[in-house]
Design a protein around this ligand. Structure first.
Ligand code: GLY
Ligand code: MN
Ligand code: MN
Length: 441
C-alpha cells in the first residue's frame, strides 16, 4: 500500500502544530489473554490513520520545524529469534522508505534518549490526554530533561489533546477513505445477503453468525468491526445481544447487526427478516413503519442538516405510526414531547462511522447541533422493540424487535447509501429468501 495518504495526513497535523510543537501518537500494545497467548491485535485507530503501520508498540512523533526531519517513528527492532515466532518486523531501516517518515529509531534502545532531547526542545506537547501510560512515560522524559540540562532546562508548559485534533480530521473522510468504506459496506452487505439466503427455521443464531463471518473473512476483511449481533424472536429486543445461542423458530423475526472491518474501516449494517422467509401481518406492519423512518431519514441526509433534525424526523414518523397502529393514543405533539416512544425506541438514530464503529468527532459545536458536511459518514438506524414483558401493548406486538441500519456518506448535494447492496423492503426480502436457486448457492 502506498504511504501517500498517511504522509498527507501527517502533513495536515503538522500544519496545525506551532513551531517546535511536538506530537506523540502511540500504537496499540498487545494484550495478554493467558500465559504466552495474546488477544488478536488491532492497531490503534489514530496511529493507523497517520501511518498505516500494523505492528504493535510503536510511537509516531511529529515535530514542526525540526531540521533533521519533522516525522519520526519508533518501532520494535529486528530480532530474528523472536521473528521466527511472531513474524517479520519492519525494523528501522525499512521503515523510512516504506512508511515515508524522515527517521526511524528503535523503540527499545533509543526512545528515551531521543524523547528527552525532543521534549527539551519542544514549545508545547500534543498527546492523547486519556492515555495514562503514555502520560507517565512523558513525565519520566520530562524528569530526564531536568536531570540532563539542570537549570538550563526549559520545559513545555502546554499540553494539547492530539486525539481531539485527530477526531476532527477523521470526521471528514478523504476519497481514499471513502473507497475503503464502500468496500467495508459492500462486504458487510454481501454477508447479510448470504445469511438471509442460508436462514432456515431450526438453525441456531450462531450458525447465521458463521455465515456472516465466513463472508467477511472470504472477502479479505480482517475481522468483524464489533461483536456480531444475531437475535431471533425476543432476543432482538436486547440491543447489543451477542450470545447468539438460541434456536430460531418459524414465525419469528431475526435481527442481524453485523459489519466487516476492511483495511481498518468499519461497516455497520442491521437487517431484520423472517426466519421462515414470510412476514406475519403484525411483523409486516411494524417493519414497514421502521422502514419508512429509515427511508425518510436517508432522504433528509445532506449538507447543512443535523443529526438532531434527522432524529426528530424519525421520532415523529415512529410516534405517528404507533398512534396509527393503536399502540399509543393521544395528541402527536404531546406524545413526542413526553417521549412516549422511549419504551419502544430507546437509542439514537445515528452515530459517526469510520475507523471505529462509533467513530470520533464532536456531535455538537458551540452548544449547537453540528451541520452535516460532505465527507462525513454516519449510520441511520431507527428501530422498534416490544419486549415480551411489555404488558401494556397488545400481545400481537410482544417479542418483536426490528432495526434497519444503513451506512450513509454525505455528498455535495445529498448522500450515498454505502450499504445499498443488501435489500430492505418486504418484497425484496421475501423474494431473496424464497429464491430456491439463491438458497442453494
Ligand atoms: N452495531 C452497533 C451499533 O449499531 O451502533
Ligand atoms: Mn449496528
Ligand atoms: Mn450503528
Amino acid at each position: 500500500m502506498s504511504y501517500q495518504p498517511f504522509h498527507q495526513r501527517r502533513q495536515e497535523l503538522l500544519e496545525q502544530l506551532p513551531d517546535k510543537g511536538l506530537a506523540l501518537i502511540p500504537a496499540a500494545a498487545e494484550v495478554t489473554r493467558s500465559r504466552d497467548t495474546e488477544y488478536p491485535f488491532r492497531q490503534a485507530s489514530d496511529f493507523w490513520y497517520l501511518t498505516g503501520f500494523t505492528e504493535p508498540d510503536g510511537l509516531l512523533v511529529l515535530m514542526k520545524g525540526r531540521s533533521e526531519g519533522e516525522s519520526l517513528i519508533f518501532t520494535l527492532p529486528r530480532d530474528p529469534a523472536m521473528e521466527v515466532w511472531t513474524g517479520i518486523r519492519l525494523g528501522q531501516e525499512e521503515a523510512v522508505p516504506r512508511l515515508g517518515v524522515d527517521q526511524a529509531f528503535s523503540l527499545t534502545t533509543e526512545v528515551d534518549e531521543q524523547l528527552i532531547e525532543l521534549i527539551g526542545e519542544a514549545s508545547e506537547v500534543w498527546l492523547p490526554l486519556e492515555d495514562l501510560k503514555l502520560y507517565q512515560r512523558y513525565l519520566g522524559w520530562r524528569q530526564g530533561v531536568r536531570s540532563k540540562r539542570k537549570r538550563s532546562a526549559t520545559l513545555p508548559d502546554r499540553l494539547v489533546d492530539v486525539a481531539a485534533q485527530l477526531a476532527e480530521m477523521r470526521l471528514i473522510k478523504s476519497t481514499d477513505e471513502v473507497d475503503l468504506m464502500r468496500q467495508a459496506a459492500q462486504i458487510s452487505a454481501d454477508a447479510h445477503c448470504r445469511a438471509m439466503k442460508a436462514c432456515r427455521p431450526g438453525m441456531y443464531e450462531y450458525q447465521l453468525q458463521a455465515e456472516l463471518e465466513h463472508e467477511f473473512a472470504f472477502q479479505g476483511a480482517a475481522a468483524p468491526a464489533y461483536a456480531s449481533i444475531v437475535g431471533a424472536g425476543a432476543n432482538a429486543c436486547v440491543l447489543h445481544y451477542i450470545a447468539n445461542q438460541s434456536q430460531m423458530q418459524s414465525g419469528d423475526l431475526v435481527l442481524i447487526d453485523a459489519g466487516a472491518e476492511y483495511q481498518g474501516y468499519a461497516g455497520d449494517i442491521t437487517r431484520t427478516f423472517p426466519v421462515n422467509g414470510q412476514f406475519t401481518p403484525p411483523q409486516k406492519q411494524l417493519y414497514e413503519l421502521v422502514l419508512k423512518a429509515n427511508q425518510e431519514a436517508i432522504k433528509l441526509t445532506r449538507p447543512g442538516t443535523t443529526l438532531e433534525a434527522i432524529h426528530h424526523a424519525v421520532l415523529r414518523i415512529l410516534t405517528q405510526g404507533l398512534l396509527d397502529l393503536g399502540i399509543l393514543s393521544g395528541d402527536l405533539e404531546q406524545l413526542i414531547e413526553d417521549g412516549a416512544f422511549k419504551p419502544y425506541f430507546m437509542h439514537g438514530t445515528s452515530h459517526w462511522l469510520g475507523l471505529d464503529v462509533h467513530d470520533v468527532g464532536r456531535y455538537r459545536l458551540h452548544g449547537e447541533a453540528r451541520p452535516l458536511k460532505p465527507g462525513m459518514v454516519l449510520t441511520i438506524e431507527p428501530g422498534l422493540y416490544f419486549a415480551p414483558d411489555r404488558d401494556e401493548v397488545d400481545p400481537c406486538w410482544r417479542g418483536i424487535g426490528i432495526r434497519i441500519e444503513d451506512d450513509v456518506l454525505v455528498t455535495l448535494d445529498g448522500c450515498e447509501v454505502l450499504s445499498r447492496g443488501v435489500p430492505k423492503t418486504v418484497a425484496e426480502l421475501e423474494a431473496l429468501m424464497g429464491d430456491e436457486d439463491a438458497a442453494n448457492t
